[in-house]
Design a protein around this ligand. Sequence first.
Ligand code: GLC
Length: 478
Amino acid sequence: MKKIPALILILFISTLLKAQEHQMSKSYVLPTDTLVQKKLHQWQDLKFGLFMHWGPYSEWGVVESWSLCPEDAGFTQRKGPYGANYFEYKKAYENLLTTFNPTKFNPEKWVKAAKNAGMKYVVFTTKHHDGFSMFDTKQTDYKITSSRDPFSSNPRSNVTKEIFNAFSKENFMIGAYFSKPDWHSEYYWWSYFPPMGRNVNYDPAKYPDRWQKFKDFTYNQIGELMTDYGKVDILWLDGGWVRPKSTFDSTSPDYKKIYDQNIDMANIAAMARKKQPGLIIVDRTVPGEFENYTTPEQKVPTEPLDHPWESCITMGNSWSYVPGDQYKSTNQIVSLLVKIVSRGGNLLMNIGPGPDGDWDPIAYSRLEQIGAWIKVNGEGIYGSDAVAPYSEGNIFYTKSKNSNTIYAFSLSDNDKVKLSGTLTLHLKGISKIKKVSLLGVERKIKFSTAADALTITVPANLQENNNLTQTATFKIQY
Ligand code: GLC
């Protein structure tokens, strides 16, 4: 078998992926299924969701899956106790299942905190790239319900089912994160060859039977998730390098070195939507009919996008649990939410549960404070649209879908809000303003208008002594 210089291939693929990310808007394909369109609209109104990356890797507090990937990058470094030798490390990593016992697992506690903070949907890692299934799959024994895992004797060991049930009861939309690549499967990383990078380690065209087994395995696992786990609204597929070769640029000089990793998404999607009508599919970074929304990662687009989108962002620095992780402040999280919503997107905020099955207390405290803010300001967030000019300085706008109302969120640098005496806003095409008020404050607010400019006067004793946190949100009715 001819070797492909792994680094060149990786660099090449990541350049292609980056190029594709930029073109995304042009290549967005609106799903034709009206049930999918309807669910997408409902989902766009939810604005704020909870993401969770969780697996045995939390026992070592290392990055999810990536330390198994033989690519020499910062985020793949092996920090666990067996780091010196790759094969010993992989064995020890996979052996973590024999000690994975998250006895504090209590999804109702998570729902309560998330709901209070104003989150309306959840996306959970049912399986990450390492291939460990956090659900009771019949396709492999590398799973949380394996008899080798001490947690298998716990009545709640099928954690995906428990999480989906608990959040469904509180009317959250349910999202299954599922990694297409599987670094445990003999059909993806065949042990005959050493792994060569994140990709399949044999040529699927040369070994079609093996690749067919991988396709069946993937189809069957997704089938289980769509059948035995109640209503699922979003199938969030990660690992965008698993895709048909035809989706890459064929004029590139390296094109012939790329393996065709076609898992027949059309077939998977048809099966999944038969079981879950209207299912939103996010075949992320693979532009086309199965990327129903795009997923900028750890960043906020600088302007509104012309299609549904969601920024996924960690509350700490890592996707998975790391002891002593640095959490973003409540002020930073609220700013992210406001900016994202003002540009028409959703925020999917990640918290990584620890090996005991619970979150860091800091995560609860952040959610509590976000909840206090959302109770006052949520009316400008939910069911809103982006509206020009989107933002001016530290002021971000949203527009209510159901009434002639614009919300102007003036972001504060600190938890405590200080206002200046006057604020001038430049709203486009709005002539007759009927009323201006400040969310969370009973006082009457004076304003005047002049050609596209609205000037708001803040009473002197409200400028510092207002009980506002994170933002001053002006409600402008016209
Ligand atoms: C990054 C990480 C991956 C994680 C994903 C979530 O791609 O490498 O592990 O699942 O972000 O969006």
